[in-house]
Structures are given as structure tokens and as C-alpha cells.
Design a protein. Structure first.
Length: 219
């Protein structure tokens, strides 16, 4: 157990472990793309990634975690309202790939909102110091992230749109909802650093980008 703990606290070792996970994910998910039972546990790797990521946060006190949990909870509530009413992002429904759900909304969306918002806030907060410019830029980055995510999510049964493709309302909703969340989390992560966050963000973008290319050209 001690060896595993030391391994996860070592930035280089953590990067190797996560890199292997993403590579296995790309190969395995595409290879078994027509067998949904093989990727129903992909949410476990998302949770593992978040845990490893937070182990490398510079300030290990409760404040960042409280702010992050609030962001995740608000994001999940918005998703629950959205999928049950269609008034936030448009008409969509979740598939079975994200695991256990309440009110038709996977609990994993709580984790996804925490991970995505955390990565983008950490990437930009020390580069854009003007709060409102940061908020708009980070929210636009959240929308860009969703643009990459959507083809993968639809193909692998994370969710599906009743009209077949994501409406513009989805991206507008992402931007508007992201505005207060990134602003709020920036306050909670003030003066915090993370030796792993930019690496994980790049891995996430490459993962969805590569999967989308594979789906587009070979599926």
C-alpha cells in the first residue's frame, strides 16, 4: 500500500500511469466500440484521474475541495434539470455508459463537472489575471471542450440528442452555466498549483481528439 501511495505522489510516475490508462482507453474503446459492456466502467478511470490529480495539489486543505464539490454538485443539478426538462441544453437523454443514475442523471456527471472545471481553471488562472476576462475565456474553453466531447459521447452511449445532433442551445447553455462555476472555483483555487493539471488536460484533449478521428475515419 505504501509503495502505491508513493507511486501516486510521484509526478513522473503518475504521468506514466495515466498515460498508459489513456492509451489503453483509446485502443480498447475503439476495438470494442460495438460492445457497450466493455466501456461501461470507463467512469472508474475518470474518478481515478480526479483522485490522482488532487493528490498533486499544492495546498492540501479543505477549502479547494469544498469549492470543487460545490461546483460538481451545481453541475450535476443543472444536468438533472436539463435532461428532465430540456430547458438548459436542449432535449437529450443519458445512456447506460456512465453508470448509476438518479433522476435520469448519472452520478458520474458530478465527477465530470469537477474534473473539467478544475483542469480549465488551473490552466488559465495564473495566465489571465483580470477576473472577468478569465471568466469569459475559461467558459469559452469549456465550450471548446464540449465540442470535442460530443462526438465521442454520442458514439459511446454517454448520452444522445433527441434531434440526433447537439443544438446550438447546448453550447450556449455550457457557456452560460460555466461563467459562475469557473469564476467561483477560481476563488477557491487561489494560490494553488498542481504539477499534474496541465498534463491531464492535454491528455483529455488528445484522447477525445484521437477518438473522434478514429470514429470519423474508421468507424
Amino acid at each position: 500500500m505504501t509503495k502505491i501511495k508513493n507511486l501516486l505522489f510521484d509526478p513522473r510516475a503518475s504521468k506514466i500511469v495515466l498515460s498508459i490508462g489513456y492509451v489503453i482507453g483509446i485502443i480498447g474503446l475503439f476495438w470494442k466500440r460495438d460492445n457497450p459492456q466493455y466501456y461501461k466502467l470507463s467512469w472508474v478511470f475518470t474518478l481515478f484521474t480526479l483522485i490522482v490529480l488532487l493528490l498533486h495539489q499544492s495546498k492540501q486543505n479543505l477549502k479547494p475541495y469544498i469549492f470543487l464539490a460545490i461546483v460538481g454538485f451545481v453541475g450535476w443539478i443543472v444536468e438533472a434539470v436539463g435532461t428532465n426538462t430540456g430547458i438548459v441544453f436542449g432535449q437529450y437523454s443519458y445512456g447506460s455508459s456512465l453508470g448509476f443514475s438518479i433522476w435520469g442523471t448519472p452520478i458520474n456527471m458530478f465527477i465530470n463537472w469537477m474534473l473539467t472545471t478544475y483542469l480549465i481553471v488551473m490552466a488559465l488562472k495564473d495566465k489571465i489575471h483580470q477576473p472577468y476576462l478569465f471568466t469569459v475565456t475559461a467558459s469559452a474553453f469549456m465550450v471548446f471542450y464540449d465540442v470535442l466531447l460530443e462526438p465521442f459521447a454520442i458514439r459511446f452511449d454517454l448520452w444522445h440528442w433527441h434531434g440526433g445532433t447537439p443544438p446550438l442551445q447546448n453550447y450556449a447553455g455550457w457557456f452560460i452555466i460555466s461563467l459562475p462555476l469557473v469564476y467561483f472555483l477560481r476563488l477557491g483555487l487561489k494560490n494553488n498549483t498542481n504539477s499534474l493539471s496541465n498534463f491531464v488536460l492535454i491528455c483529455q484533449l488528445l484522447f477525445f481528439g484521437i477518438m473522434n478521428l478514429l470514429i470519423g475515419y474508421f468507424d
